[in-house]
Design a binder for this molecule. Structure first.
Ligand code: IMP
Ligand code: MG
Length: 181
C-alpha cells in the first residue's frame, strides 16, 4: 500500500516500517547505554495519543527497570499547529523526584515539549530528557536539544505509526507524507 486516503487528503509512503524499526533500535541502544547502570527507576512518559506505538516499540527494547506514566496533550487541528498546547489528561502517576524520559512521536514547533518540561518541573521531576521518534528541525522555534532523536524530517505534514490527521491514520504501520498532487 503506497497511497492512503484520510478524509479529504491523500498521503504517500515516506518512511517504511523497517526504517522506523531501525531508528528505534538505535535510539534504544543509546538510552540503554546511558541508563544501564542506573540505581533509580526512571519513568517513560508516553505523550498520548501520538506516542503510543513509539513508546511500545521503545520500551520492549529497554534493558533496565523503568515505569510508564502517560499524559495527554493536544496542539494540532487538521494539518496545522494551533500554537496553543492543552493538557487533556494529567500525569497518570506521581513523578516527584524521578528522572523522566519524555517519549514523543514528533517535535515540531517545540511548544508541546516546552509545556511538558514546565509541567514536569512543577510536579518535581528530578530531571527530564527528551526522546522523540521524529524531529522537524526547520519547524522548531524553541531552543531545544532533544537527547534522543530517531529521525530528522523536513517540515511537511505526516501521518502513520501513531501520528494522525484529525485522529485518522494512527494505525498505519509506515509513515506517510501529504501528497500535494
Ligand atoms: P509541537 O508542539 O508543535 O512540537 O507539536 C507536537 C505535536 O503535534 C506532536 O506531538 C504531534 O502530536 C503533533 N504533530 C506535529 N507535527 C505533526 C505531523 O506532521 N503530523 C501529525 N501530527 C503532528
Ligand atoms: Mg504527540
Amino acid at each position: 500500500m503506497n497511497r492512503v486516503r484520510l478524509y479529504d487528503k491523500t498521503f504517500r509512503t515516506f518512511i517504511p516500517y523497517d526504517d522506523i524499526q531501525k531508528a528505534i533500535d538505535r535510539v534504544a541502544e543509546r538510552i540503554n547505554a546511558d541508563f544501564k547502570d542506573c540505581t533509580d527507576i526512571p519513568v517513560l512518559l508516553c505523550v498520548l495519543n501520538g506516542s503510543i506505538l513509539f513508546t511500545a516499540e521503545l520500551m520492549k527494547r529497554l534493558a533496565f527497570n523503568c515505569e510508564i506514566v502517560s499524559t495527554k496533550l493536544s496542539s494540532y487541528t487538521g494539518t496545522q499547529s494551533t500554537g496553543e498546547v492543552r493538557q487533556l489528561m494529567g500525569l497518570t502517576a506521581d513523578i516527584t523526584g524521578k528522572r523522566v524520559i519524555i517519549v514523543e512521536d514528533i517535535v515540531d514547533s517545540g511548544n508541546t515539549i516546552v509545556e511538558l518540561q514546565k509541567i514536569l518541573a512543577e510536579k518535581g521531576a528530578a530531571k527530564s530528557y527528551i526522546c522523540t521518534m521524529l524531529l522537524k528541525p526547520d519547524a522548531c522555534r524553541k531552543d531545544l536539544h532533544p537527547e534522543y532523536v530517531g529521525l530528522e524530517i523536513p517540515n511537511d505534514f505526516i501521518v502513520g505509526f501513531g501520528l494522525d490527521y484529525n485522529e485518522l491514520g494512527r494505525n498505519l504501520k509506515d509513515i506517510y507524507i501529504l501528497d500535494e498532487e
